[in-house]
Each structure stands twice: as C-alpha cells, then as structure tokens.
Write a protein that binds this ligand. Structure first.
Ligand code: NAD
Length: 506
C-alpha cells in the first residue's frame, strides 16, 4: 500500500473527509471508515467520513466554482479534462493496482478500469467542441428558432464499489466539459481509489488555477448519500448501484423535482443458438461470468442454450471453469479474485440454496473457499426451467443454464426478468440475429452479436431498461443528461405574428 501511494505521489491518503474549497477539510468530528482488502480480510486504511458540516462546505464551494466554470468556453473546459487524462495515463499502473487491492478485481482488470478513464477523457475532450443544438425552421416570417444546451450546476455522482473510479470518470468528464461541477460520493467499500483519484484531480485543477470542479465526499450511503440525494442544490444525481437503493434514490430525487441518471442492476443473458460457434461462445461466457468474480453489472448470469447443443456447451464450460486460477488479484496468472465482502459470499450461498430448491443442479463450484479473504468457487447451475431465483441479480460468479426449443421461446425466457442491461446472442444465422435485434427481440439497453455481455466500449451509450433504471452514460449523446435544453425563438422582423396564425386584438 505504501509503495503504491509513493508511486501515486500521495503523502497522506487520509488528509480529511472531503475536498471542497481547494483543500482537504479536516473535520475531526467525522466517523472513521475502514477499507478492507477482500483478498485477506485485513484492513488497509482508515479514512474519515464527511460530516453534514463538511459536506455543506463542499457543496458551497462546488456551487461557487460552478458560477465561473459555466462561463468558461466548453473547448477550454476540455483542456482540463485533457490534462486529467494525461495525468491518469502516467499513473495507470499504481492506480489500477490500488483498485485491485481495494475491491479485488484482478490486476489486468484494474488497469483496464484506468484505461477506461483515459479513454473517456479523450472522448470528453472531443465532445467539448461538439455540444450541438439543433436549428429549426420557424413557421413565422423573419423568425429564427434553435435550441441550445446549458450546464445544470453541481452534479452529484454516487458510485458502486465494483467500478470504483471508471463510473465516476464516465460522469465527471462529460459533466465537466458540459460546464457542471461534480461532487462525488464513492462507495464506502472503495474510498481509497476515490481519494487517490481526487489527489490527481487536485493537481490538475491546481495547474489550471482552478478548484471545486471535482470534489469528493467520503461516507456511507445512509449518511452522506442521503445528504446528497435530499439536497435541492444538486440538480442531478447520477447513481450507480443496486436496483433496491436506486429505487429509493429515484423516488427521493424526483420528490424534489431533481433529475436522476440511474445505472442499476443487470441480469444479463447470452442466447446460444444451435448454429453458434461454440469456441467463441465458451470464451465469451467464461469472461462474462467469471471476470471480476461475477461482480460486473454486465456479468453474464444466464445462458439460454438450444436443446441440441446445451449438453456440449455445458461440458465445455465445466471444463473451462476447472482451469480458472483463483487467488490474489495482484498475482500474475490469477483469473478470479475474491468477492468484495463476507456478506457477498453469504448472498451467493443463499442464492445457491434457493436455486437447488427450485430444482437446480450445481455442475461445478458452489462452495466458499476456506482461506483468508472472501473467496468462492465459480459456479454453474443447470436449471430445469425459469424460476424466481434466475430473475434475481446475485452479485457473484453464479451462472444459470437454461435450454430452449425455438427462438421465440428463447426470447421469452430472455426478457422474462425485471432487469434490462446487457444481452448477447451467438449464432451464424442472419434471421436469428435480426430477430434478436428487432423491436420484439432483446429488451435490453445493450444487445450484442457473437460477443459477450460484458466489456463495453466507452464510445456507445451505456445503460439499460426496466429495473436497470433507463440511464445512459459514457459515449454517443449521453452528455445531454448533464445539461438543460433551452428552445430560443428570435423575431428579427418588424411585425409580431403569433404561432398557429392566431389573431389577437389585431
Ligand atoms: P449499492 O446499491 O449497495 O451501493 C451503491 C452506492 O449507493 C454506494 O455508494 C452506497 O454508499 C450508496 N448508497 C447506499 N444507500 C444509499 C442511500 N440511502 N442514499 C444514497 N446513496 C446510497 O451497490 P454496490 O453493491 O456498491 O454495487 C453493486 C450494484 O451496482 C449491482 O447491482 C450492480 O449491477 C450495480 N451496478 C450497475 C452499473 C450500471 O452501469 N448499470 C454499474 C456498476 C454497478
């Protein structure tokens, strides 16, 4: 940990709860929060939570920074994000390793998460010159109509533990080029990665003579999260996390007419058709179900395989699962690290119990691994039919296998879950592909063909439907969520014609 901090050029990981008005706030009244290493169960560091007073200080500083930041030309705002991307690029290795140390994803995935930050910085820099509005033809003579986009204000970002820094970067890079300031409440399970990222932001902001564009408030959801979602000074809360908490966030923020951007749970399936290339399918399923120990929102949780190939596919998957090396996420060669907490292990065990009560058979895995840390075996369960347990998101490496006869039946099983994030099909049939991608096909925000459900690129809009919350982040035109639209009509003539040809007192 010490050497990582040195490489990140951080003297003190815990200088205070939050970063607001250009400095760390040392609020002695803040409660302690311990960050644990999921690979050992040992504490890594203690940090101080924001109190209502330090939270308030941060919001005021963020509001103040917004007043001037909103007037900086967007391409100039992009320069801050360009330099942030460069600073992160230089620190990719230690930052990625800190992510692995704190939340347990393997080193390659920790580095991949930082690469995602770098990529979205580049995207946002380009975007800073492309915040386009439309122009329309007015029905009235000598009138001009167009729409323009204005920043919203301080945006709250509440992030989940499993992408402790990438999710923040998807939001904050776009929001900041849009002219917003950003207040980040990271997961209480991964505060160190957030603090390290904030240190980097501080240096880059200081280089630009700025402060308060990016701020941090550490703390639990119940305490600091609640402050943020109830705060009328925060016009938008971007929330990434479970559907259960997201529902509450949605209702609370809507109650004060704030906006939300929701990225909630997924229950992602891959349909494997009779003509699928099984070599590709097996590799994609393995990465999707076992990668990040099944703790991605896009993790593959269900396989819906055609009856004619389900046995062969299952045998090949069981064999591949037997070769997954489980261990310290920072060790070379490890493919699967631990779950994030002991509670996550218990949830997996409870889900497997429910699955066996519903007639499921564990084909491989199924147990916790008796060693320090929150290790479990990656697990495949053959389900005889659709059941409630398959409709739930269990944030662990559990893969349910179901079979189907017709493509229509596969689609029915596929869509018969409350979540709608990511989906995929493996087939070489054009008809089956188009059926899957048609409006009556996959009901998810992401639908892939011959690649798996996880590992999205930043260039597309990312998010899902139904209980996944409907939000879109990252690429395409997701930036619009961070701005407000204004329609402008300008009369440059000498008359005052009314719309719809109305005559009023003429
Ligand atoms: P979580 O819901 O337990 O916590 C997420 C965040 O919400 C944390 O920062 C937490 O402190 C905060 N929070 C908790 N209670 C709150 C409250 N009352 N008010 C405000 N904030 C509160 O989720 P998690 O376990 O950290 O992450 C896993 C979940 O996140 C999974 O369901 C996963 O699918 C989802 N996720 C979704 C996406 C996506 O893009 N759709 C991405 C990553 C994770």
């Amino acid at each position: 940990m010490k050497s990582l901090l040195q490489k990140l050029n951080i003297q003190d990981i815990n200088p205070g709860a939050s970063f607001g008005a250009g400095h760390w706030i040392e609020d002695k009244a803040g409660a302690e929060l311990v960050s644990y290493n999921p690979a050992t169960g040992e504490p890594i560091a203690k940090v101080i939570q924001a109190t209502p007073a330090s939270y308030d200080q941060v919001v005021k500083a963020s509001q103040q920074a917004f007043e001037s930041w909103r007037n900086v030309p967007a391409p100039k705002r992009g320069q801050l994000v360009r330099d942030l991307g460069e600073a992160v690029r230089e620190l990719k290795e230690p930052l990625g390793e800190l992510v692995s140390l704190e939340m347990g994803k393997i080193r390659a995935e920790g580095l991949g998460e930082v690469q995602e930050m770098i990529d979205i910085c580049e995207f946002a820099v380009g975007l800073s010159r492309q915040l386009y509005g439309l122009t329309m033809h007015s029905e009235r003579p000598n009138h001009r109509m167009y729409e323009q986009w204005h920043p919203l204000g301080p945006v709250g970002v509440i992030s989940a533990f499993n992408f402790p820094i990438a999710v923040w970067s998807w939001n904050s890079t776009l929001a900041s080029v849009c002219g917003d300031t950003v207040i980040w409440k990271p997961s209480e399970l991964a505060p160190l990665a957030a603090i390290a990222t904030q240190h980097i932001c501080n240096r880059v902001m200081a280089d630009h003579g700025l402060s308060g564009i990016f701020s941090l408030v550490i703390g639990t959801g119940q305490e600091v999260g609640e402050l943020l979602i109830n705060d009328p000074r925060i016009p938008l809360v971007s929330f990434t996390g479970s559907t259960k908490v997201g529902r509450h966030v949605n209702q609370t923020v809507a109650g004060r007419f704030g906006k939300t951007l929701l990225e909630l749970g997924g229950n992602n399936a891959i349909i494997v058709a009779e003509d699928a290339n099984l070599d590709l399918a097996v590799r994609a399923i393995l990465f999707g179900a076992v990668g990040t120990a099944g703790q991605r929102c896009t993790s593959t949780r269900r396989i819906i395989a055609h009856k004619s190939i389900v046995d062969e596919l299952t045998q090949r998957l069981v064999k591949a699962y037997g070769q997954v090396s489980i261990g310290d996420p920072l060790d070379e060669g490890t493919l699967m690290g631990p779950l994030v907490t002991p509670a996550a292990v218990e949830k997996m065990e409870a889900a497997l119990q429910n699955a066996s009560q519903a007639g499921g058979t564990v084909l491989t895995g199924g147990k916790r691994i008796e060693r320090p840390g929150n290790y479990v075996e990656p697990t495949i369960v053959r389900m005889p039919k659709q059941s409630d347990v398959v409709k739930e998101e269990t944030f662990a490496p559990v893969l349910y296998i179901l079979d189907y006869d017709s493509v229509d039946e596969a689609m029915r099983i596929h869509n018969d879950v409350p979540q709608g994030l990511s989906s995929a099909i493996f087939t070489d049939s054009m008809q089956t592909v188009e059926r899957f991608l048609s409006s009556g096909g996959s009901d998810c925000g992401i639908a892939n063909v011959n690649i798996g459900t996880s590992g999205a690129e930043i260039g597309g809009a990312f998010g899902g439907e139904k209980e996944t919350g409907g939000g879109r982040e990252s690429g395409s035109d997701s930036w619009r969520a961070y701005m407000r639209r204004q329609t402008n009509t300008i009369n440059w003539g000498k008359e005052l014609p009314l719309a719809q040809g109305i005559k009023f007192g003429d």
